[in-house]
Design a protein around this ligand. Structure first.
Ligand SMILES: C[S@@+](CC[C@H](N)C(=O)[O-])C[C@H]1O[C@@H](n2cnc3c(N)ncnc32)[C@H](O)[C@@H]1O
Length: 291
């Protein structure tokens, strides 16, 4: 009885706490809940088109993926454990760094096979940093790989890490996979990544996963909009600090990828071209009526 009650009490306490902090946001989310449930239902009822697909459609295939070759040949040596579909996700977001001086960290070293894969993929100018809670991983340190032993849920650990690794382009979180560990890692490292950097969190598993919910809240910030209308049809909205630095958030099965902008954006702007319009928008008619 007590065992079942505790998580419910904790949930009530958390909802109560966030209601007190941001009451309007709680009301908005409560209103949106049926829409979320509707979206989930549409996904659950989805009929796969795989059976009808003759393979002739645009498949968005990438250039040959060197990670696949590495994995195919890596039959011996240091152990590596990944979901197969991650290889295409990595290649899509990492290929711009191949051959460059790129600084890559992975949380979750285990037997070191994945660190070898990144080194082989990015090339000789790549610097690799491994983070793990287990002391055994220290033995994997060498001239191109630095190992840090610590708990990814410990903000003080990350403060020390940032001091020792002042430049970082990519972080892959394949550590403990608990929501709090994933959130702390994101909060401590995303602001630290260089412009153009990529943050990857792996094994975000299960519908309405805790980290997935956190990312949904974060992603909402990308859509912030305070519209300003120009004298013609043009619209603009000043970028809030998060929009200025963060380019995009990608949800894949079990993986979240966040890309930082190469250059900050100050303002979003719309443009118009052409002279023939099907009708005059309502706001233009209202403005004309006022003047
Ligand atoms: C799934 S394994 C990593 C697999 C490896 N990246 C690979 O591809 O083969 C997870 C690793 O995370 C480490 N780990 C678990 N909890 C951690 C924590 N709180 N902080 C840092 N590392 C942690 C474990 O010791 C383990 O080595």
């Amino acid at each position: 009885m007590t065992i079942q009650l505790m998580p419910r009490l904790r949930a009530v306490k958390e909802i109560w706490g966030s209601s007190a902090q941001q009451p309007h946001l709680n009301q908005l989310l409560a209103r949106l809940l049926p829409t979320m449930i509707r979206g989930r239902r549409f996904g659950s009822d989805w009929h796969s088109q795989a059976a009808d697909n003759d393979g002739a459609s645009f498949n968005g295939s990438l250039s040959a993926n060197p990670l696949e070759a590495f994995v195919d040949f890596h039959t011996h040596g240091r152990g590596m454990w990944k979901w197969t579909h991650y290889l295409d996700i990595y290649h899509r977001h990492f290929q711009k760094f191949i051959g460059k001086e790129v600084h890559v960290a992975e949380v979750g070293v285990y037997s070191g096979g994945s660190l070898e894969m990144y080194k082989s993929y990015f090339g000789p100018k790549c610097r690799v940093y491994g983070v793990d809670i287990r002391e055994e991983c220290r033995s994997l340190q060498n001239e191109t790989t630095k190992i840090f032993i610590g708990d990814q849920a410990d903000r003080e650990f990350w403060r020390r890490f940032r001091q020792e690794v002042p430049v970082l382009d990519i972080l892959i979180d394949d550590g403990g996979h608990k929501t709090e560990q994933q959130i702390v890692t994101l909060e401590e490292i995303l602001p630290h990544l260089r412009p153009g950097g990529v943050f990857v969190c792996e094994d975000v598993v299960g519908e309405f996963n805790g980290f997935g919910a956190y990312v949904a809240g974060l992603a909402a910030k990308l859509d912030t909009c305070e519209l300003v209308r120009g004298p013609a049809k043009e619209l603009s909205s000043a970028a809030v600090p998060f929009q200025a630095d963060i380019d995009s958030i990608h949800n894949y099965s079990y993986v979240t990828v966040i890309e930082k902008r190469a250059r900050p954006i100050r303002q979003f702007e719309s443009f118009t071209r052409g002279t023939d319009w099907a009708w005059v928008p309502l706001w233009e008619r209202k403005a004309a009526a006022k003047s």
